[in-house]
Structures are given as C-alpha cells and as structure tokens.
Design a protein around this ligand. Structure first.
Ligand code: ATP
Ligand code: MG
Length: 444
C-alpha cells in the first residue's frame, strides 16, 4: 500500500516519493481564465475538428492572426460606445508606448489581415475561419469568462442574400452534427446607413419619453447607442421597451428585400429559424442580417453563437468597399451544452508488462516500435512488481496487456491478455509488431 503524506500547501494526499514544496505559496491562475484539462479537452477537440470538417466542405480556409492588435483597430471597428470598448478590453502600453489590446473578438483582426495582405487583389471573395482565445474583462460566471474561445467564420465579397442563408445553414449544420440540441436560430435585420438613422431617431424619441424607467447605464447611452437599450437585461429597461418601435418597420426597400430573400432561401434549405426584431448586437459594425443561436439551458448566457452582416466594416478599416458576413461561436458555451455527453479519452491499445531486466528492456523497445506505428502503447518505467504493473494497466483501461517473462523470452514468445474478455494466449515475438499493428488498426 502506498504511504501518503499531506502536502500542507494543497492539502491533498501525495505519495511519499512526490516532493511537496512548502517554501512558497503556490501561484494560481488568473480569475476568469481557465485551464482545459485532459478529460475535458477531448470535447474541445471534438468540437474543433467538427468545425474544421464542416467549414471545409463549405469552402472555408483557416486564417491565424495574432492575439494582440493595435487598440485603435477595435475602437474603430467595434465602436467607442459599445460595452466591449468602454469597459471590457485588456488594453496596455508596450515598452515603446504603443497602445495594444488583447483581441476581444476575431472579425476585426481578420479584416485587418485581409486588407493588409491585399487578399482582394487575387480574389475579392474570401471564405475564412479562425479559432482561438479572446479576452474580455467581464464578471466571470458560468459561460462567461475573461479568456474564452471562439470559432468564427467570415465571408467577404458577396452581397447576395443566398450567402447569408448559406452561412446560417452551415451554422445550423454544425450544431446538428456536433449533437448540440436545445438551440434555436433567431434572425433580424438592423438596416443599413440609409435606413438605420431614421429608426435610431424614432427609438431615441421613444426612450426619451421613458428615461425614468431606464437603468443608469441606459440613461447614459440611450443617445449614443440607443439600440443597446433593447438588449439590456435590467427588468425596468425590459418593461419600458416592450412596445418599442421595431427596426423591421423602418427598413428601406433594399434592406426589406434582402431580409425577405434571406428568409426565402432559409426556407428552401429547410433551415429552421424565427425572427426576433429586438435582437441587436453589441458591436457597431453590423448591418442588415444579424442572428444568434439561442439556448434556454445556460441562464442569461443564452447566446452560443452570434453574428451578422458588416457591409461597411472593410472600408471603415481602410480597405476596399466590400461586403462581409460572419459569426462567432463561444466554445466554452458549446462545451457546457455538450454537458454530460463527454467524449471519452482514448484507452491504450496495449500495456507492456515486463518481468526482469531483459524483459523490461525488450518491452521498452517493442513499445517504441508500436508507438512509431500509431499504436497507443504504455508500460511502467518505475520497476514495479508484475502485480502493480497489471493494476496500472487496469487503471489506464488498456485493451490488451502483453506479459513478457524471462522464460518466455528465451522461447521467443509472450502472453497476450485480452483485458475485456479475460482470455490469454501465447504469441510469437517474431513479427509481433506487424500482427498487433494490423489487429489494432482493424479495431480502430
Ligand atoms: P453576451 O450577450 O453573452 O455577452 P456577446 O453578444 O457579447 O455575448 P459576441 O461578441 O457576439 O457575444 O460573441 C459571440 C459568442 O462568443 C457569444 O455568443 C458567446 O458564445 C461567446 N462569448 C462572448 N463573450 C464571452 C465570454 N466573456 N465568455 C465566454 N463566451 C463568450
Ligand atoms: Mg458580451
């Protein structure tokens, strides 16, 4: 039996041979920034792989951009009066006095890169996806963190409403294939620079008459960002805006037409959706079609994916006048939605148990040969007894155990134990790698 002692720092039981360092107070991670540990990471990889596979079939290529950008990029694109820019950015000065920001979202950096590399010169149409960490200084809670991860996709250079429908169909396809249920697609249109100002004015007038009922935040921002009031979670604001004028009644002909065609094409593709005229987005660059994948299972963190059209963004950032549309999904929220349905870590194909020095040496060489051929093989390197080695094989969940004893080695054989069936057979060491590789590749 292992002798245990208490580590005074962590208050956990450690085997005696694990050194407990007591001289320093241990250093913890940063609040709202999580480690993703084995056991959970398999679900992350499953979702990431699923996204890569599906996006590929719709013609998207991956783009990787830095996690830090000039602060100005986000101020100019997301908008000075948005929550993100006003209060959520991790902004700092580097040693040369430049103002830099950890990216709070991916669209602006991707557009910056598209423009900087003049990708439009080769082909104005680009379909790009990204995945990686984003940073926002928010109050950490379930589904809301300070470092979180997004998978996002963007289509640049296509104005046709069919691309809106296709992007939405792809998003819904991802959720279906990833086995994430209890989500629904909501769509809206936020108009364009032609019709939005008219709606904005109507909304400001409406809010002005109800200022007393609004929260402090909304009283401050109703002039600068009136649409945001519709999205406020405060009970007073919700109640005061129940019969607020709808953006959909104020769309110009072009926006009306675009929105109705998006709906027609979604119908043709059999993509279920509902219209939510109160949906606004927390970033200023959105125009026309906006959308969210909404769930009832994550409390107030009810949006698992969100996006929309941003027809003015590329030119606002100094690029050519090209339209764009895209979305981002929050990976932490997707993982939470997968819930109990965990992706099980893969179990070793084979555990090699050796008895004696020569057996152990041969097991080590055999294990390496198998690993090089893609077989998940493990063995004990601490010189434990056969009994302890078998226990470890069981703990790791090894499918088979190969037992190598001195006497058997001299005969050129070993015992292969099927841990599921409990049966055991003698196998020849000669050509064993080939036999096992064949067997495990058949089993997957
Ligand atoms: P919310 O209304 O929940 O604050 P948002 O409108 O700020 O979301 P977007 O900027 O549109 O979110 O980002 C797209 C997606 O990224 C969200 O739907 C969500 O899944 C995820 N996300 C955004 N902020 C966070 C966060 N702080 N922690 C975890 N996931 C987040
Ligand atoms: Mg937010």
């Amino acid at each position: 039996m292992a002798i245990l002692k208490i580590n005074p720092v962590e208050q956990v039981l450690l085997p005696v041979n694990v050194e407990a360092r007591v001289c320093f107070v241990s250093i913890s991670g940063i609040k709202g920034m999580n480690d993703i540990l084995p056991g959970d990471v398999e679900t992350w990889q499953f979702l990431e792989n699923k996204a890569r596979e599906i996006f590929k079939s719709y013609g998207f290529s991956e783009i990787r951009v830095p996690v830090v950008e000039k602060t100005e990029l986000f101020c100019r694109s997301i908008g000075e009066t948005t929550d993100i820019v006003e209060k959520e950015m991790y902004t700092f000065e580097d040693k040369s006095g430049n103002s830099l920001t950890l990216r709070p979202e991916g669209t602006a950096p991707v557009m910056r890169s598209y423009i900087e590399h003049k990708m439009y010169a080769q082909d104005p149409v680009a379909k790009l996806y990204y995945l990686g960490p984003m940073f926002r200084y928010e109050r950490p809670q379930k589904g809301r963190y300070r470092q979180f991860h997004q998978i996002g996709a963007e289509v640049i250079g296509i104005e046709d409403p069919r691309i809106d429908a296709q992007v939405l169909a792809m998003l819904v396809h991802f959720f279906e294939d990833a086995g994430i249920r209890d989500v629904a697609l909501q769509v809206n249109s936020l108009g364009c620079p032609e019709c939005r100002p008219g709606y904005r004015k109507t909304l400001v007038d409406f809010l002005e008459a109800r200022l007393d009922s609004l929260c402090e935040d909304c009283r401050r921002r109703y002039q600068t960002n009136p649409l945001r009031v519709l999205d406020c979670k405060a009970a007073g604001c919700k109640e005061a805006t129940v019969d607020a004028p709808s953006v959909l009644d104020h769309l110009c002909r072009g926006c009306q037409d675009h929105f109705s065609q998006v709906q027609t094409y979604l119908g043709l593709l059999g993509t279920p959706f509902s219209i939510n005229p109160r949906m606004v987005r927390g970033l200023d660059y959105y125009t026309k079609t906006t959308f969210e994948m909404v769930t009832g299972s994550l409390g107030s963190q009810n949006a698992v994916a969100a996006g929309g059209r941003y027809d003015g963004l590329i030119s606002d950032l100094g690029g050519p006048s090209l339209p764009g549309i895209g979305f981002a999904m929050g990976l932490e929220r997707l993982v939470l939605m997968k819930g109990e349905e965990r992706i099980v870590p893969s179990r070793p194909h084979l555990f090699l148990a050796g008895l004696g020095e020569e057996a152990s040496r041969q097991a080590f060489v055999l294990m390496s040969a198998l690993q090089r051929r893609g077989v998940h093989a493990e063995m004990d390197l601490a010189g434990k007894s056969l009994k302890a080695q078998m226990r470890r094989a069981g703990k790791l969940g090894a499918r088979f155990v190969l037992i190598l004893g001195e006497e058997e080695i001299s005969r050129g054989v070993a015992q292969l134990k099927d841990m599921d069936a409990g049966s055991q057979e003698e196998v020849r060491l000669d050509g064993l790698v080939e036999t096992l590789v064949r067997q495990f590749s058949l089993e997957g």
